[in-house]
Write a protein that binds this ligand. Structure first.
Ligand code: KDO
Length: 336
C-alpha cells in the first residue's frame, strides 16, 4: 500500500525546512551541495541511466549527486514530504502526486491528454506551465526542473488473451488493476473500466506472482526493467497515458547555488531529460519483439473506444472542474 501523507504534515515540514534555508551558506563553503535522490525505479531504467550518466557528472563541480533506486531510501509517494523536511533533495515526481496538493495538476495526469513525448516538452516549456511551477515552489518548496518521458502506459495482465481478451473498456470489468495510490491515479483506473487497486510500485511483482492483482499498467520499458513480463501473459496496447515525471529539486537546495551553478544544474537537467527521452523512445520500439519472444501476447484493442470512454470520464468529472478555463484547449493546441 502506498504510504500517503497529509497535506498538513507536508506543509508543516516545508515550514520547518524554510528555517533551515535561512542558515548561513557555510554548508556550501565547507563542501559540495549534497543531492540525495530517491526513486522506486531500477538502476537499469533509462531515467536512472540518464541521471547517472548526465546529471551527476555535469553538476559534479559543486554538487554530489547521490541516487538511491528501487525505493531503498524512501517509499513511493513519500519523496515530496522527505524533500520538504530536508531529508531528501531530489525525486522523480508525477502530476498525479502533485495533484494531491495542487488539484489542477491532474490535467497533466489525464488519460489521452498528452499526445507524445514532444508534446510533453512543448507543454512543460509553454507559458501555461509557469503558474503550475510557481505553485509547486510556493506550496511544496519544490522546483520542477524539467519533464522526463516515462512512456506510453499499456495494460499488462496475468490472464492469457484466451482467458480475457480486451477490446473495449467493457472488457476490463472486474479486472483488479493495480495502479498507484493517489486519487488521480485511481480515477484513471476506473476510467479504463477496471477495478483499480492502490499499491506501491515495489509490491507489484509479488502481487502479480501471487495473483493478488490481475494486472498493472506501465510503459513497456518498465515491464522489462521491473521484470513484470515474468509474471504476466498479455499486453493490451491502449497507450492510455503518455506518461511523465518531473525532475524535482528542493527549492532550499536550489537557493544555495550561485546563478552560474543554477544555470549549470538546469542545463544538466535538460541534457538528462533529452538523453533519457531518446533512449526510452527507442526502447519502446524495440521491446515489442523482446516481449513477444518472452511469450507475451501483445495486441491493439479498440483504442478509439478506450479514448472516447476515458475522455468522457474525465470531462464529466469533478476533477475537470478544477482545471483552469481554457487550459485543455491550450494543451491540445500544442500537440501534433
Ligand atoms: C507506477 O508506480 O506505476 C509508476 O509508473 C508511477 C510513476 O509516476 C513513477 O513513480 C514510476 O512508477 C516509477 O518511477 C517506477 O518506474
Amino acid at each position: 500500500m502506498t504510504t500517503s501523507f497529509t497535506r498538513r504534515s507536508l506543509l508543516g515540514a516545508a515550514a520547518a525546512s524554510a528555517t533551515l534555508a535561512a542558515m548561513p551558506m557555510r554548508a556550501l563553503a565547507e563542501g559540495k551541495l549534497r543531492l540525495r535522490m530517491s526513486g522506486v525505479n531500477s538502476e537499469t531504467d533509462q531515467r536512472a541511466i540518464a541521471l547517472m550518466q548526465k546529471f551527476g557528472p555535469e553538476v559534479s563541480g559543486f554538487a554530489d549527486f547521490e541516487p538511491h533506486w528501487n525505493g531503498t531510501l524512501f517509499q513511493q509517494g513519500t519523496e515530496l514530504e522527505a524533500i520538504a523536511s530536508g531529508d531528501l533533495e531530489m525525486s522523480l515526481t508525477s502530476a498525479q502526486e502533485l495533484a494531491t496538493f495542487i488539484p489542477e495538476f491532474s490535467i497533466f495526469s489525464a488519460g489521452y491528454v498528452h499526445q507524445s513525448a514532444a508534446h510533453q516538452v512543448a507543454v512543460f516549456n509553454a507559458p501555461l506551465m509557469d503558474d503550475f511551477k510557481k505553485k509547486a515552489e510556493d506550496t511544496l518548496k519544490v522546483k520542477l526542473l524539467t519533464v522526463i518521458y516515462l512512456g506510453r502506459r499499456q495494460i499488462n495482465l496475468r490472464m492469457t488473451k484466451a482467458e480475457r481478451e480486451v477490446k473495449t473498456p467493457a472488457d476490463m470489468a472486474g479486472v483488479k488493476l493495480r495502479i498507484p495510490g493517489s486519487d488521480a491515479w485511481q480515477f484513471l483506473g476506473r476510467a479504463l473500466g477496471a477495478n483499480p487497486t492502490p499499491m506501491a510500485f515495489t509490491e507489484v511483482y509479488t502481487a502479480l506472482q501471487s495473483g493478488a492483482i490481475d494486472g498493472q499498467d506501465n510503459p513497456l520499458p518498465t515491464v522489462v526493467d521491473a521484470k513484470f513480463y515474468e509474471v504476466t501473459k498479455q499486453i493490451v496496447l491502449t497507450s492510455h497515458l503518455v506518461d511523465l515525471n518531473y525532475l524535482a529539486l528542493s527549492l532550499d537546495a536550489w537557493n544555495k547555488l550561485t546563478p552560474d551553478q543554477q544555470a549549470t544544474l538546469q542545463k544538466a537537467a535538460d541534457d538528462t531529460a533529452d538523453f533519457g527521452r531518446t533512449n526510452q523512445l527507442k526502447k519502446e520500439e524495440d521491446l515489442v519483439a523482446f516481449l513477444k519472444d518472452k511469450g507475451l501476447e501483445i495486441y491493439e484493442p479498440d483504442v478509439a473506444a478506450f479514448r472516447k470512454h476515458v475522455q468522457e470520464a474525465y470531462l464529466s468529472s469533478d476533477m475537470a472542474k478544477q482545471w483552469p478555463a481554457g487550459l485543455l484547449d491550450k494543451i491540445n493546441a500544442l500537440g501534433a
